[in-house]
Design a protein around this ligand. Structure first.
Ligand code: KIV
Length: 268
């Protein structure tokens, strides 16, 4: 493992060359990060989904740089050896090089190894500058949730040929400027497979079928923590909310019934 014992972006490139599929999961806090590192994920994404999943805000537009840096630092403390990618917040790459460098710099100083930026049109030059400055950049194409107000919802992208061609072109361009990987979100599986075949860098899919180099899931979807949110593409590996609810109900029962604490749980 290069990089002084810490996973880095070259491990993802090697995995793609060797045909090993990549698993990335989001995390926002120290305990979850510890679990993901113990589970040997290939990368941890401090996604701007933190705004919705942790803070209950209406969209990822509300993730601020301060929020992203705080959660990135917590994840790094929990996962000292993992490749940690942090999302650049809404508009951070649209206000020129300096704002982008400062935002990416803040996330790197908080503990990220790389940043992720949505879209490409109009800010390719800014992303190229970040990469030239020594900041590894992961692209994000297809459904770009920070643009939800413009898109009008969380629909599948790239269904028409012109839209699909834009995604293919942007993916090639991202590879051309030196992005180390691309997330493909909510695009038809055939398009995601085409893009993957056209690139040498890894593609990480979410709602994009099985033809990408890897998959990413939001940790609360994977663990089944949200009763109300169940996207079709996100497999639930655990009924976390039901398990936690049962545990807390048991505690309440035991306290009310006098069964907790027991003799062995009382300090002398
Ligand atoms: O913020 C996030 O969780 C993401 C993933 C859905 C890829 O960007």
């Amino acid at each position: 493992m290069p990089g002084g014992g810490m996973n880095n972006v070259h491990d993802l490139a090697r995995a793609r060359r060797e045909g090993r599929r990549l698993a990335m999961v989001t995390a926002y806090d120290v305990l979850t990060a510890r679990i993901l590192e113990a589970a040997d994920v290939d990368a941890i994404l401090v996604g701007d989904s933190v705004a919705m999943v942790v803070h209950g805000l209406p969209s990822t537009v509300h993730a601020t740089l301060e929020m992203m840096a705080l959660h990135t630092a917590a994840v790094r403390r929990g996962a000292p050896r993992s490749l940690v990618v942090a999302d650049l917040p809404f508009l951070a790459v649209r206000r020129g090089r300096q704002v982008a460098v400062e935002a990416a710099g803040a996330l790197m100083c908080a503990g990220a190894n790389a940043v992720k930026a949505e879209g490409l049109a109009g800010h390719a030059e800014v992303l190229a500058h970040l990469i030239e400055s020594g900041i590894p950049v992961m692209g994000h194409l297809g459904l770009t949730p920070q643009a939800v107000h413009q898109i009008g919802g969380y629909q599948v992208q790239g269904r028409t040929e012109p839209a699909a061609e834009r995604i293919r072109t942007d993916a090639r361009r991202l590879e051309g400027i030196g992005a180390f990987a691309v997330v493909l979100e909510c695009v038809p599986a055939t398009l995601a497979a085409d893009v993957t075949a056209a690139l040498t860098i890894p593609t990480i899919g979410i709602g994009a079928g099985a033809g990408t180099s890897g998959q990413v899931l939001v940790v609360s979807d994977l663990l089944g923590l949200d009763a109300d949110f169940r996207p079709r593409f996100a497999r639930r590996y655990h009924e976390g909310r039901a398990a936690a609810l049962e545990a807390v109900r048991a505690f309440v029962r035991d306290v009310r019934g006098g069964a907790f604490p027991a003799a062995g749980e009382v300090l002398a």
